[in-house]
Design a protein around this ligand. Structure first.
Ligand SMILES: Cc1ncc(COP(=O)(O)O)c(C=O)c1O
Length: 399
């Protein structure tokens, strides 16, 4: 249950005293190479995708669906109340209808979102189009679970966020304590007991060039909402995934340990999965070893022992992955790091995925190969039960 959103933005009560500045002082003032990628061209055919079923993408956008009636052409805000016009400020452009669903999506007031020092309803939660997070995917983020009103593994998420920010030389403009307070305030403002937090630190607004030194203050956005990646049916029966043809970005180019706002490599892997009627894809490194999935880490079980790829295979060091490894130790289940080829994963007794959003989910088919008996295996079940027991207890670990 959430509280009703206020009509106007509420000023965030905490005053941030630190002078925000990017991490480009003295020693680090020399030119820096940063890998960025731009987003895919959008379609407007209901979903924001423009690829066919054969795995190719980048085809031309279909024309926008015509409005159902004249009345559906009504503006959604006072600022757009004038008839369609070519370019006057505050009027609807002739392309307005293409973005109608977006306008509608943004027109609700819940949840209340933290944006750069302000608590605002969703409809007013906006960042600058000059923010390099948007222009270049320049920034870092965290996905965090709320269980029983507590922030699961809050300490580890903060640790990773700061580590990732450091790796791209991004100075977070608030202290860790202030950041945790932002999370708690968002949870409280939305009266959330169980849910999901998306925390972003963007490079901030700058000019249209790549240079991060032109962005004086990093941006901070915190959304506390709900998330459901997979269906209940998939949790009960396990899911089918594929091995993507596209490899994971190599560590040397963009270290997957950096949870950056640039997820195009993962999205292209996901697109391959969607093209084959699946929701997830295993991504291999350039040597052909299994790394992780597009948004989850992977675990394999053989003869009662659990294996997961090491960091060096090019993965995000998942917080759920670490927690599951701890659970294995608690339950007396051997868990080891191991480089694995896809064949080894496909011939395993059990396979499961972990992630903050996904939690733990069994994989029962990879490409056209059935895993084990084609249903959730006993070790996965045991770990999923143990995980569930912790996150529904009154002692949610916030460390
Ligand atoms: C690429 C990738 N791997 C693994 C994970 C799982 O990490 P965590 O357990 O910290 O959510 C995520 C989660 O977002 C991810 O995006």
């Amino acid at each position: 249950m959430r509280t009703k959103a206020p009509k106007s933005p509420v000023k965030f009560t905490k005053k941030f005293t630190k002078k925000p500045a990017q991490a480009f002082g003295r020693a680090s003032a020399k030119a820096t190479k940063i890998v960025v990628a731009r987003g895919a061209r959008p379609g407007s055919n209901g979903a924001n995708v423009s690829y066919g079923t054969n795995g190719t993408n980048g085809t031309a956008r279909k024309p926008a669906a015509k409005p159902a009636s004249k009345s559906s052409n009504k503006p959604t805000s006072k600022a757009t109340s004038k008839p369609t016009s070519k370019g006057s400020v505050g009027t609807r452009h002739s392309t307005y209808n293409i973005f109608k669903t977006t306008q509608e999506f943004l027109s609700t007031s819940n949840p209340i979102i933290y944006v750069n020092g302000m608590m605002v309803p969703k409809s007013q939660a906006l960042v600058s189009v000059y923010d390099h997070g948007l222009l270049y995917g320049d920034g870092v983020f965290e996905g965090i679970r709320i269980y029983n009103g507590k922030i699961f593994k809050c300490g580890q998420h903060m640790e990773r966020l700061w580590r990732c920010a450091e790796m791209i030389r991004l100075r977070i403009p608030v202290s860790r304590d202030e950041m945790v307070q932002i999370l708690r305030d968002c949870v409280e403002a939305n009266n959330l007991h169980n849910g999901y937090i998306r925390l972003l630190v963007t490079r901030g607004a700058g000019n249209l060039g790549l240079d991060p030194r032109k962005c004086p203050t990093a941006g901070v956005v915190c959304i506390a909402d709900q998330i459901a990646l997979y269906s209940q049916d998939q949790y009960e029966k396990g899911m089918k995934i594929i091995v993507a043809h596209r490899p994971r970005t190599p560590i040397e180019c963009l270290d997957p340990r950096i949870k950056s706002l640039n997820y195009l490599n993962n999205i292209l892997g996901k697109v391959e999965a969607i093209d084959q009627g699946c929701d997830e894809a295993i991504m291999l490194n350039l040597d052909g070893y299994v790394g992780e999935c597009t948004g989850d880490n992977i675990f394999v079980i053989r003869e009662g022992k659990v294996f997961t790829p090491p960091t060096e295979s090019g993965i995000l060091e998942g917080i759920t992955r670490r927690f599951v490894m701890d659970l294995c130790a608690d339950l007396g289940i051997a868990c080891n790091l191991r480089n694995m080829k896809p064949q080894e994963v496909k011939s395993a007794d059990e396979v499961f995925l972990t992630g903050t959003a996904a939690e733990i989910i069994a994989v029962t088919q990879i490409d056209d190969i059935k895993i084990g008996h084609g249903s959730e295996g006993p070790v996965t079940r045991r770990l999923r039960d143990a995980f569930h027991k912790v996150v529904t207890s009154s002692h949610i670990p916030e460390d």
